[in-house]
Design a protein around this ligand. Structure first.
Ligand SMILES: Cc1cc2nc3c(=O)[nH]c(=O)nc-3n(C[C@H](O)[C@H](O)[C@H](O)COP(=O)(O)OP(=O)(O)OC[C@H]3O[C@@H](n4cnc5c(N)ncnc54)[C@H](O)[C@@H]3O)c2cc1C
Length: 547
């Protein structure tokens, strides 16, 4: 294996890679261009030193390289010119595929964001695709009883809160009159539009949708109700379900979203994202909310400085917030309703995975590799059932990768960051490295925070409690992580995810002109704090020369 390094490029150092011209597995001839670099004076291609097959890329777009930096590993072709010395072969079909009532090149089990995305991408790549979903409507938890209905209700909560707060600025609307039936109907209408849209998209792509509870009956067969389906490849996308707490009677998030009534006193067991989002809704609708959380902070896993403004605001509104407290120590019976939101359990058990030879661990998770393959090479798994953050955008991105791998593309699921958002009031969002992780893992970082009290936009909307912070590498100032708390933080975090994927440093963000006055400027200002170039606040100690 040859390590292909950056040759002598004159006086240039730390030159960014702006284009990768080859893929892993691609055969190249001597002098074929491999990557393009761009200095402030010119762009230049780095050529292949000899013929070979690209086995591993060592740089990505945005990475900065200098003479001697390894850019890729090249396997030389054998001397007889007969092609690469070793050819990786596609795994052979294990056995002849039995025909069922239906045969699919790709069978997708589960129609949530992971499953429908995988099915649509597979169909777009020309593969005959069957999607099996037990519910009447596609969309899974996210569209039916998760992301979408909760955000519809959170929008109403925000409108109510905004209307209440404008009293401080001299405009009074009076108490809201809430028609629960109409509110529920509106939420259902939003859900119906999206799930109905999915059914249409499946039809347009000729994805056959089978509505039935299904189980594997062999490595290439599945029973879906009365229909036997055989498949060449399968993608398991069966998602997760709420965890019940033994001995605690109460509704789960699905029950809370049904909005049957607004209880006078609501106990929310679990101070994570789902519990706090539902608390936000019921508080706005008029419940007196108590939150109980076993850990010593709300949204465990998120950095404490990001949670603090949320905690401060809701502790003024809610009846009580108990941290480091077990629900057993409370008089649950004294509340009018209880919501249990203590996490979700993967649905890996109960799909007959053993008949297909797929390993499922004791908790119901299915382990996968970077191509989302289970231990059975032609069966992939994605979404909540494979672990990692249980988030819709992670599931859908995995769905794309699984479908593309099956179609023969050389891709893997390798994100630099997966953003998390709590759509509370204020919202909390973060991505990449957190300070908590950096401290635990002894990772060096510099932190640059910008308080929203200095943001013109935050002041114009009367919400100056927010904070935007960047964590950067002390040497390179490349973005390692970011977090923000404040109105619309969930919209702001995307820029920082883009930055980390592009290998951007703080200067890249600081020099990017953001519109004024916007909350998005707070990301730019945090970058300027990191660079020591900030003028909107006085932070002289960090000042450092721009390179
Ligand atoms: C209240 C709430 C709010 C949320 N808000 C957000 C948010 O704002 N943003 C975000 O990113 N994530 C959010 N999530 C998480 C998000 O909903 C999940 O991460 C996402 O739905 C996972 O997608 P999935 O495709 O893996 O599985 P799911 O969406 O769970 O879909 C799995 C599907 O498989 C079907 N299925 C299971 N077993 C079988 C079987 N044997 N036969 C046939 N069909 C089967 C199920 O019926 C289901 O439709 C929220 C979750 C909840 C509960």
């Amino acid at each position: 294996m040859i390590e292909v390094k950056i040759p002598d490029i004159g006086d240039f150092t730390d030159v960014p890679v702006i284009e990768i011209l080859v893929e892993v597995g691609q055969e190249v001839a001597p002098e074929d261009p491999l990557v393009t670099l761009e200095s402030d004076k010119a762009t230049m291609d780095v050529p292949a030193p000899e013929a070979g097959v690209v086995r591993e890329l060592k740089v990505g777009i945005g990475d900065k390289v200098s003479e001697g930096t390894t850019i890729l590993l090249l396997e030389p072709v054998s001397g007889d010119g007969a092609g690469p010395a070793v050819v990786e072969e596609a795994p052979p079909a294990a056995e002849p595929v039995p025909e069922g009532d239906l045969h699919a090149q790709v069978l997708v089990l589960g129609g949530g964001p992971g499953g429908y995305t995988a099915a649509f991408r597979a169909a777009d790549l020309g593969l005959k695709t069957v999607l099996v979903e037990r519910d009447e409507r596609l969309g899974g938890v996210c569209l039916n009883v998760g992301c979408i209905p909760s955000k519809a209700l959170l929008h109403i909560a925000r409108v109510i809160a905004d209307a209440r707060e404008t009293a401080e600025f001299g405009v009074r609307f009076g108490e809201p009159e809430i028609d629960l039936d109409a509110l529920r109907a509106w939420k259902e209408q939003v859900v119906g539009k999206l799930t109905g849209g999915l059914a249409g998209l499946a039809r347009q792509r000729k994805v056959e949708v089978v509505q039935a509870e299904a189980r594997f009956t062999g490595p290439h067969t599945l029973q879906a109700g009365d229909t036997t389906i055989s498949f060449d490849h399968a993608i398991i996308a069966v998602g997760s379900s709420p965890i019940q707490l033994p001995g605690v009677e109460g509704m789960d998030s699905t029950g809370a979203l049904e909005l049957e009534r607004v209880p006078e006193r609501l106990l929310v067991v679990g101070g994570g994202i789902i519990g706090l989002e539902m608390a936000t809704v019921y508080d706005a609708l008029g419940s007196r909310v108590t939150v109980v959380e076993l850990m010593d902070q709300l949204i465990p896993g998120c950095d404490p400085d990001l949670v603090k403004p949320l905690h401060t605001r809701i502790s003024k509104r809610y009846e009580a917030i108990h941290l480091g407290t077990s629900v057993e120590s409370l008089d649950v019976g004294s509340f009018d309703a209880t919501l249990v939101a203590v996490g979700r359990r993967p649905n890996g058990a109960g799909i007959g995975a053993d008949a297909a030879g797929v390993d499922v661990d004791d908790r119901g998770f299915i382990a996968v590799d970077a191509q989302l393959r289970t231990n059975v090479a032609h069966i992939h798994a994605i979404g909540d059932v494979v672990g990692g953050p249980m988030l819709a955008h992670k599931a859908s991105h995995e769905g794309v990768v699984a479908a593309e791998v099956i179609a023969g593309h050389d891709v893997s699921f390798d994100p630099r960051a997966i953003p998390s958002v709590a759509y509370t009031d204020p919202e909390v969002a973060w991505m990449g490295l957190t300070e908590t992780e950096a401290k635990e893992q002894d990772i060096a970082y510099e932190k640059a925070s910008f308080p929203w009290a200095a943001s013109g936009r935050a002041l114009t909307i009367g919400r100056a409690e927010g904070l935007t912070k960047l964590l950067v590498d002390p040497e390179t100032h490349r973005v390692l992580g970011a977090g923000m708390v404040g109105v619309n933080a969930g919209e702001l975090v995307a820029e920082t995810v883009h930055a980390i994927e592009m290998g951007a440093d703080a200067e890249d963000i600081g020099l990017t002109i953001h519109p004024h006055p916007t909350l998005s400027e707070t990301v730019m200002f945090a970058a300027e704090v990191a660079e020591g170039t900030i003028t909107d606040i006085y932070a002289p100690k960090r000042a450092r020369a721009r390179t």
